[in-house]
Every structure is written in C-alpha cells, then in structure tokens.
Design a protein around this ligand. Structure first.
Ligand code: SF4
Length: 352
C-alpha cells in the first residue's frame, strides 16, 4: 500500500526535471552527484552547464581536471567533482564509455556510493535496489515511527532493509524517485504539508503530531577553527597563485600564498623567515590588509586575512615564487581558474 500510494502520487505530481525526461544513465548519474547536499534550484544550472560542456561520458573523461573544477566552482565538496572526473575516465577505460548496469559493479567505481549506485541501477536499469538518503530517512521514520538515530551510521542498514521490503519490484525507479520527491516537496524537515500527503492516513507521526521529533538526529560535530593568512603578491599587474595539492579542503583549486597558524598574521608577525628575507631585499609596498567575515564550512570555520603586497619581479623574488609553486596570472586568466569561494569573494571585494 505504501509503494502504490506514493507511486500514484508521484506520477501525478512529479516536477519536470530534465534528467527525468530521457533515460540516459550518464544524465542520471550527473544529476545525482550534483544534487547531493544541493537543492534542485541551485543544482539545475550546474547540471545544464555540465551537459552543455560534456554531453557524453567520453567528453567528460577527456576534459582537464581544471575545466571540471571550474564548472563546479561554488557547489562546494570539490572531491565530488574530482571523483566524477576520475570515474568518467574509468568508465571509458573499463566499460567503453557506458556505465555498468548492476548495483554491485557501480559500487566499485570511484565516487559512487550506495546512494548513487542505487539511483543509477533502479532509474536506469530497473534493478530493485532502494536509495536511502535524507528524504528517505525522514519519510520512513515518520510514516513507520522509526526512532533510530539517523546520524548513527548503523541506521543505514536498518533503513535499507526496510526499504527493500517496501520497494515496488516492477517500478523500482519510480518508487525511489517517489519517496525522495515526497521528502523534498511535502514531507519537509520543518512544517511538512501533511494535508496534501498521500500517506496522511497511515502516518505514525501525523497521527501523534510527532513530525518535529522524527526522524531522530543527534549529531556530534566538532567544528574546527582555522586561521588562514593569504599574501596576495602583485608583480607588474599580475597576481601570484598556486594550486592546492594537500589532501585538505579545496584540493585542486587555486589560491594565493597562504600561511596557517593558531592566529591570523600581520605583515610584521609573519612566521616565514625565508619569505621575510626575500621581501626585505625586494622593493615592496604593502597596499592593504583585508579581513572578510569568517567563512563557514560544514566542519570548519575559516578566519581569514588577505595582505596585498606589490613586489618588484626581481630574480630572487621570482625564484622564491617558483620554489613555492606560485605562478603569475593576469586578472582575465584568474577569472578562468577554479578557486575556492573565499578567494572569489576577496577578489570581488577588492575589485569594487
Ligand atoms: S503525513 Fe506528514 S509527516 Fe507523514 S509522511 Fe506525510 S508529510 Fe510526512
């Protein structure tokens, strides 16, 4: 009854989204990766830009990482973009450019976890494997009164098994999309519109007015404070940037020379002795120091400072830059580089 009620509702009420109009597993995969932790309204323009730039998996595989990251810019969670690219290459090398058709094979590809594998297998290949995401947790917890803590990784197995019992074996793709659509449009985290819900009469939370208590989610996140001081070197109208290579946030994106410590530095307190000695020997003008409001990420708070330094491109300065993987870029070139949102905000603030 649960499956038939929501599938009927879904068929009448689904939003017309581009990847739903055509059965193309590449489009389904791309949409699922983009929409993880992103709302449809925010993700849709990214989806369209990706399809325009890379209409096939082969085209995506042939792109450079820089092109992929530049299109992804602003969506956050950049490892998803890097994995998307890596996965496209593997699909071309191992499967001739077509995604494999089973849940088990899909799970072995980089960046494809249980949720994405289930979405591709059920929507694209009609395999009856359920998706479990935040929407599914919410709808099932409320309808069946499940009180497990969904922040606990052990809960995934419980919801997955329950969904396996509920899924429509004939229409697994419609079933999966129906639960997610209901969670995204009716059974909202706050103020669900129960009066419009096809499950109203059978819903545990609705009967007991427990919508605000379900699902149970007790999270213990410890946010980390970070203090990043950027030195923005300008030499002859060009700015020095480098690609982040560390296994850290923003890997693969471009930023200015950065110093990190337990506090923000000013030009007089820089702890980099080698840099200070190069600066002392180079004609240098400190133009300004800018601090933007703290930048919030899901697990980190970034305190920041940008010190704008005009330098003479002396041999010593240029070789110091080279040793530190910095290269000089014109403003136009910088616009094309993939950058963290914090760097873009800084550039916009100074260009004003
Ligand atoms: S009746 Fe309300 S709480 Fe229950 S599933 Fe529907 S929208 Fe969610």
């Amino acid at each position: 009854m649960f499956a038939s009620k929501i599938i009927n509702w879904y068929q009448k009420n689904k939003r017309p989204l581009p990847w739903r109009e055509i059965n193309n597993t590449y489009f389904i995969w791309l949409s699922e990766i983009i929409l993880q932790q992103t709302r449809v309204a925010q993700g849709l323009p990214y989806y369209e830009r990706f399809i325009d730039a890379f209409p096939t998996i082969e085209k995506l595989a042939l792109a450079s990482e820089q092109e992929v990251l530049a299109l992804w810019q602003g969506l956050g969670y950049y490892s998803r973009a890097r994995n998307l690219h890596k996965c496209a290459k593997e699909v071309v090398n191992r499967y001739g450019g077509t995604l494999p058709s089973s849940y088990g094979q899909l799970l072995k590809l980089p960046g494809i976890g249980p949720y994405t594998a289930a979405a591709i297998a059920s929507l694209g290949f009609n395999e009856p494997v359920p998706v479990v995401d935040g929407n599914v947790y919410r709808v099932l917890a409320r309808v069946f009164g499940i009180k497990e803590n969904i922040a606990d990784s052990k809960s995934f197995g419980l919801f997955f098994e329950r969904s396996k019992e509920l899924i429509d074996k004939e229409k697994p793709g419609d079933y999966n999309q129906a639960v997610m659509e209901l969670g995204a449009t009716i059974c909202l985290p706050q103020n669900p519109t129960c009066m419009e819900c096809p499950l109203e009469a059978m819903c545990y939370a609705n009967e007991r007015k427990m919508q605000a208590e379900l699902p149970v989610k007790v999270k213990r996140i410890r946010k980390r404070d970070r203090f990043l001081t950027y030195l923005v070197f300008e030499a002859g109208d060009r700015l020095a940037l480098r690609k982040r290579e560390e296994n850290d946030i923003w890997k693969g994106l471009f930023e200015f020379y950065k110093l990190e410590g337990d506090e923000l530095y000013s030009i007089d307190t820089l702890p980099d002795i080698e840099l200070m000695s190069v600066l002392l020997k180079t004609k240098t003008t400190i133009k300004e120091e800018v601090r933007l409001p703290k930048h919030l990420l899901s697990h980190q708070t970034i305190f920041n400072s940008f010190i704008y330094v005009c330098v003479q491109p002396t041999q010593e300065m240029l070789s110091w830059m080279q040793q530190n993987n910095l290269a000089l870029y014109s403003r136009k070139e910088i616009e094309m580089l993939p950058k963290p949102v914090l760097i873009t905000r800084y550039l916009n603030s100074v260009s004003k």
